[in-house]
Design a protein around this ligand. Structure first.
Ligand code: UD1
Length: 364
């Protein structure tokens, strides 16, 4: 059985890596073809993840690069079409909710190829998020939908998806996290930064809705610096964000000396830094899940989340982006006992095996 997997952007790599490994380990080996769309291309956003996750070199790199949503989506579609025709896979595997996910799905389905979507059914119900549009459109046309939690199953059912298309398998990103933790811990990034275990915060921000408007970014950074008064804050800045930070007045104000803005980090370095942090502040999707499993308090700097299970069961607090919301969120996060959080069902490091076992059952 020939399976073509598609990756494009940073959060895709850790979802596909364990699936490729599980396909290799399976008693009836699969023929695995890996396509990198090139949506992310900087060494720090892409190559270093391939190395850290011990992923095979992509068989095809479409080198689409950056662009408007339409330009980027169209470039993936145009460039992946001949690859899909040449490879003629039995299954196309897409993950997550980035532009590459949607573009590959549309193109494959129009070539009458079977498509499976890993991390299906997540919904923020916020149509201003490009990812929500990608998630909805992908799930409508993909054939097989692998879900991370039962709330996602419910979302899909409500949208009229037939039961037979839904496969609850757990969270494959946690497979990568669990497999990588021993190596990550050996890197001891807290020590490398001269910080005490649990004695610092980690911040990430990259959502266009948070970083593209300088006034809002100023407000968010101000609230963080006023709320996190005791801890140094390490901030690996996404390229989209890095430029915007330079012009912020608040970064020369009180408390700014505790902020350490650094380049985007590799996967292992970052997991090391996060696993020893006392607090995480983020607008990332994946980090809400990783902090839940690592039992690190997490303040999510968004008005909504497509991952509500991390709030209900995990360490996540949805703070919004108002000054008051952020201040309250930080206070609550620092006061809670992260040890009391629960690990969601099937976030056990064996999701890739379940996915591959299910796919193996489709052989004809
Ligand atoms: C994309 C995903 C988002 C995901 C994020 C993770 C979509 C719609 N968005 O957002 O869901 O959470 O990746 O990082 O697919 N850039 C570089 N180097 C790179 C890549 C990007 O400098 O390797 C810069 C470019 O200026 C680019 C900007 O970052 O224009 C945005 O990149 P893009 O891929 O369009 O979206 P992300 O914000 O990274």
């Amino acid at each position: 059985m020939k399976v073509l997997s598609v990756v494009g952007a940073r959060p895709n790599f850790m979802k596909v890596a364990p699936i490729i490994r599980a396909m290799e380990r399976h008693s009836h080996p699969f023929e695995s073809v890996l396509v990198h769309t090139g949506q992310h291309y900087d060494a720090r956003m892409s190559d270093s993840f391939f190395a850290d996750l011990r992923m095979p070199e992509p068989d095809f790199n479409l080198e689409v690069g950056s662009g408007s949503h339409a330009a980027q989506t169209a470039a993936v579609m145009t460039r992946i079409e001949p690859v899909l025709q040449e490879v003629a896979p039995d299954l196309v595997l897409v993950v997550g909710d980035v532009n590459s996910t949607l573009a590959a799905t549309i193109t494959a389905k129009k070539l009458h190829l079977r498509v499976a979507h890993v991390e299906a059914g997540l919904r923020s119900f916020d149509m201003a998020m490009p990812e929500e549009i990608n998630r909805l459109c992908t799930d409508v046309i993909a054939d097989d939908l692998f879900t991370t939690d039962r709330m996602a199953d419910e979302n899909l059912r409500r949208e009229g998806v037939a039961e037979g298309r839904i496969h609850f398998v757990g969270n494959v990103m946690i497979d990568s996290l669990m497999a990588s933790l021993p190596a990550a811990r050996r890197l001891n990034q807290a020590d490398a930064f001269g910080l005490a275990r649990r004695g610092y915060a980690v911040l990430t921000l990259h959502r266009p809705s948070n970083v593209d408007d300088p006034a809002l970014l100023e407000q968010i950074m101000g609230a963080i610096l006023d709320g996190v008064t005791e801890l140094p804050i390490v901030f690996p800045a996404h390229p989209r964000t890095a430029d915007k930070l330079k012009s912020l007045a608040r970064l020369s104000g009180p408390g700014a000396e505790r902020l350490r803005i650094v380049e985007p980090m590799g996967y292992l370095e970052f997991q090391s830094l996060v696993s020893d942090a006392g607090l995480v502040l983020t607008d990332s999707g994946g980090l809400q899940e990783e902090t839940t499993v690592l039992r690190v308090p997490c303040v999510t700097l968004r008005e909504n989340t497509e991952r509500p299970i991390t709030v209900e069961q995990g360490t996540n607090i949805l703070a919004g982006v108002s000054r008051d919301g952020i201040l309250r969120g930080i206070e609550a996060a620092l006061a809670t006992d992260p040890g009391a959080a629960r690990i969601p069902e099937l976030w056990d490091g064996r999701t890739a095996e379940r996915i591959v076992q299910t796919i193996a059952g489709w052989r004809n």
